[in-house]
Write a protein that binds this ligand. Structure first.
Ligand code: PLP
Length: 399
């Protein structure tokens, strides 16, 4: 008999996929160049040259059986050392390869960490809106309860009073994502400090560590010299879930890592449980060619000029038209407020102008819509009149 929960997860398409498929159908009718598809978060900037050079060189110089063979379940020591060295050089830390588990991207990092922490049906994982919709699936499909803290819609930092109310004796972890998908917000140092203080207080109250899971595939995607505070420097019980999908434009290659700092509570047990969860999920030995690439490219940073230009162009055009949007400092997303605060309705309306915008409901913010600006600058320029028409011709506008 087929598992009903898994059937439901596999057969219900996400809103994002729905919009993308709708765009494909419309493109057949009106031409791809007339569709303004802002639905998917697929990097539009190619992988840095160093990555392709490393792939070519590895293929040419390393025996094929070694390139394509299994590595240790947790990833090769050389790759883990390269990552530890890069983190240590940037953050003044002293991580060792033993604190890293190489994974098949951020999704696998998160699932392994969550499975390692969800002990029984009552375990609660706290997320903060707006959030990456897959979190709910990752938590609930693994037996946990996803507890959502409503957004601070003015700034998209954290509503600490609401977060404090959400923490209970059953909370295993708080899951954050900065730079944020979908808002583009970067949590300030003040936010991370307050978060650390609150988690320390609550951990002491409950007599055990509440972990902070920092999902940070967009860490390097920030503009105007913005810095992203590194949570393990502020809160010792932090687990970092990282991916090269966005920073090196490698989403199809499935490579990332989990960092379990030795300083974190029960770190050896937690690392072993993450290894166990990866094993139980069939996620052992991340792609071995890519591990070798990361061994050489752990210090390579993305080219951000195109994303920065897209953000500037869209932000100034949309705010001039009249949309409200918190200035996005990182990732490649903007979160605009629907003129009447109904994101679903405005998304439907925008389709008439072949503008595909993801309603914010699935991110926990129904007043908003997500725009992925990892697209060509030309498409953005062509789309501006469509945004203007969609705004001006929207009924129920309170302007
Ligand atoms: N976390 C966030 C916030 C994301 O936006 C994404 C992908 O879009 C992921 C995790 C999953 O990343 P990966 O493709 O590396 O599994």
């Amino acid at each position: 008999m087929v598992n009903g929960n898994m059937y439901a997860l596999g057969s219900n398409r996400s809103v994002i996929r729905d919009l993308f498929e709708y765009g494909n159908e419309r493109a057949k009718l009106v031409g791809r160049e007339n569709i303004y598809d802002f639905s998917l978060g697929n990097p539009s900037v190619p992988a840095p040259e160093e990555v392709n050079e490393a792939i070519a060189d590895i293929i040419a110089s390393v025996p094929s059986v070694a390139v394509h063979g299994y590595t240790s379940a947790q990833g090769s020591e050389a790759t883990r050392k390269a990552i530890a060295d890069d983190l240590n050089a940037r953050f003044g830390t002293s991580f060792t390869p033993a604190e890293l588990y190489i994974s098949c991207g951020a999704a696998a990092s998160l699932v392994s960490t969550l499975r390692a922490l969800i002990a029984d049906d009552g375990t609660e994982i706290v997320g903060i809106a707006p959030f990456f919709p897959e979190y709910r699936c990752f938590v609930e499909a693994n037996g946990g309860r996803f507890v959502l803290v409503p957004a601070d819609e003015a700034e998209f930092q954290i509503d600490f009073a609401a977060l404090e109310r959400a923490l209970t004796a059953k909370t295993a972890a708080v899951l954050i994502n900065s730079p944020n998908n979908p808002s583009g917000t970067v949590y300030s140092e003040e936010t991370i400090r307050r978060l650390a203080l609150l988690l320390e207080k609550k951990s002491a109250e409950y007599g055990r560590a509440i972990y902070l899971i920092s999902d940070e595939p967009y860490r390097e995607l920030v503009y105007d010299g913005e810095t992203v505070p590194f949570p393990p420097l502020y809160y010792k019980d932090t687990v970092v879930c990282y991916s090269y999908s966005k920073s090196l434009s490698l989403p199809g290659e499935r490579i990332g890592y989990v960092l379990v700092p030795a300083a974190a509570a029960e770190s050896a047990r937690l690392y072993a449980a993450i290894a166990g969860a990866a094993r139980a999920s069939g996620y052992v030995c991340a792609p071995s060619l890519l591990q070798r690439v990361i061994e050489r490219c752990a210090g390579v940073r993305p080219h951000l000029e195109e994303y920065a230009a897209n953000r500037d162009l869209l932000y100034s055009a949309l705010t001039e038209i009249g949309f409200r949007c918190v200035y996005p400092k990182g990732a490649f997303y903007m979160f605009i407020e629907a003129p009447d605060g109904d994101g679903d309705r405005f998304s439907e309306h925008a389709k008439q102008y072949d503008l595909l915008l993801v309603p914010g409901r699935s991110f926990g913010c129904e007043r908003f819509l997500r725009i992925s600006y990892c697209v060509s600058g030309e498409m953005i320029r062509k789309s501006i009149p469509a945004f203007k028409k969609a705004f001006d011709e929207y009924e129920g506008l309170p302007h």
